[in-house]
Design a protein around this ligand. Structure first.
Ligand SMILES: [Zn+2]
Length: 383
């Protein structure tokens, strides 16, 4: 069993400190590796941290691991990157393979245990090739049911809020309210800056910075392999690969060739502003000769039942309301904060163990297929 105590940190600064400390380990394999620290925002010491090295003789391929696009989800992502450095570096050939590790794409969100940025933006709905691509009037269902999604008053007694919301959502299952929020989750919305699933009026500083790395890697390497770590979606205690249909391979074929049970292919028609989809678009437009694999990897928490879905929306909506409107009820605050952790960073040992185990399987299945890991490579806990 992997000792998970080591990997899962309690706050942003501890996690960042640990990540920065990985540089010396990376330098044992890539002596030229460097740490880049990019400040985001002015009021706090929040940075995106990147450890990067080119291949030592020929830039054939690069492994890119990113974490914390959704702030609070970065704790699991950082754990995975740490485990990757501990367990797999010696199975990679640095002469032909570069490395790029990214800690906390949304550092403010990670520090404050929120999914969104300081501008209330869901970063993974904020990546567009051209500024004119932002779909400002995308989501009419959201607008119709905005009373559900937009906070207008402080959070009341939690049992009352929960009952009301569950009722509104489950009654709405067959009508526009529910369609609205399901659609908003995928498509984002670009009109209400205090609403849930807001994709932003303009490009976020975090997105701009990550785009420079995406471009740099596509330019420098023949092949880019990107694994972006997230939490919440999919079956409980399992990993799910989520990949844009722009990758060009169907779900069945992906399952067979990666040997992974949970794979979801999404269409850019249903999901706007996704960073991996942007990566494919950029490759197509400007670096057509570079080969790219870019996918999200999600560690499931609540599960996939309808009950789980309701619980998820309730948590997201109440957390947003609490942030903007506050509450006079301490119990309400505690319940919401705890439920948010249950959804994105559960404290259960079983979940943390499953993150590490499932991450190893995903890493091995992707990186062996790309011939980045030797076929014999495996995490020590499997021996
Ligand atoms: Zn996420």
């Amino acid at each position: 069993m992997i000792d998970n105590h080591n990997y899962f940190k309690n706050n942003y600064e501890e996690s960042r400190e640990t990540f920065r400390g990985l540089l010396s380990k990376v330098q044992e394999v890539w002596p030229e590796a460097k740490l880049y620290q990019h400040a985001i925002g002015e009021n706090e010491d929040n940075t995106i941290d990147v450890i990067y090295a080119e291949a030592t003789s020929s830039n054939d391929k690069v492994t890119l691991l990113t974490s914390g696009e959704h702030g609070i989800e970065g704790y699991a992502g950082a754990a995975v990157i740490h485990l990757f450095v501990d367990s797999y570096l010696e199975s990679i050939d640095p002469s032909t393979t570069g490395i790029c590790l990214v800690h906390a794409i949304n550092p403010w969100g990670m520090r404050h245990f929120r999914r969104v940025t300081e501008n209330n933006v869901d970063l993974n709905r904020n990546y567009f090739l051209e500024e004119t691509d932002v779909p400002y009037d995308l989501n009419e269902n959201y607008e119709k049911e905005s009373r559900i999604f937009l906070p207008k008053k402080p959070v009341d007694v939690i049992s009352k809020e929960k009952t009301e919301l569950y009722e509104a959502l489950s009654k709405g299952m067959m009508n526009e309210g529910y369609k609205g929020i399901k659609q908003a989750k995928g498509m984002g919305q670009f009109q209400f800056d205090r609403g849930v699933y807001f994709g932003g009026y303009e490009e976020e500083p975090s997105g701009s910075y990550i785009k420079t790395w995406q471009r740099h890697l596509l330019e420098q390497f023949q092949k880019v392999i990107h694994m972006d770590w997230h939490t919440a979606l999919g079956p409980t205690n399992e990993v799910t690969m989520v990949i844009s249909e722009k990758h060009g391979i169907k779900e069945d074929e992906l399952k067979a060739s990666y040997g992974m049970e949970n794979i979801q292919v999404f269409s850019p028609e249903d999901v706007k502003g996704d960073s991996t989809n942007y990566f494919y678009e950029l490759r197509e437009a400007e670096y057509p000769s570079t080969s790219l694999f870019s996918a999200l990897f999600e560690f499931g928490t609540f599960g996939t039942s309808r009950e789980a879905e309701l619980r998820e929306f309730t948590t997201i909506i109440l957390e947003n309301q609490l942030y903007w409107e506050g509450t006079e009820h301490e119990e309400s605050r505690e319940w919401i904060q705890e439920e948010l952790m249950n959804m994105f960073y559960p404290k259960e040992k079983e979940w943390k163990e499953s993150v590490l185990e499932e991450a190893c399987e995903a890493i091995e299945s992707v990186l062996k297929k790309e011939n980045i890991l030797e076929s014999s490579a495996s995490h020590s806990s499997h021996e």
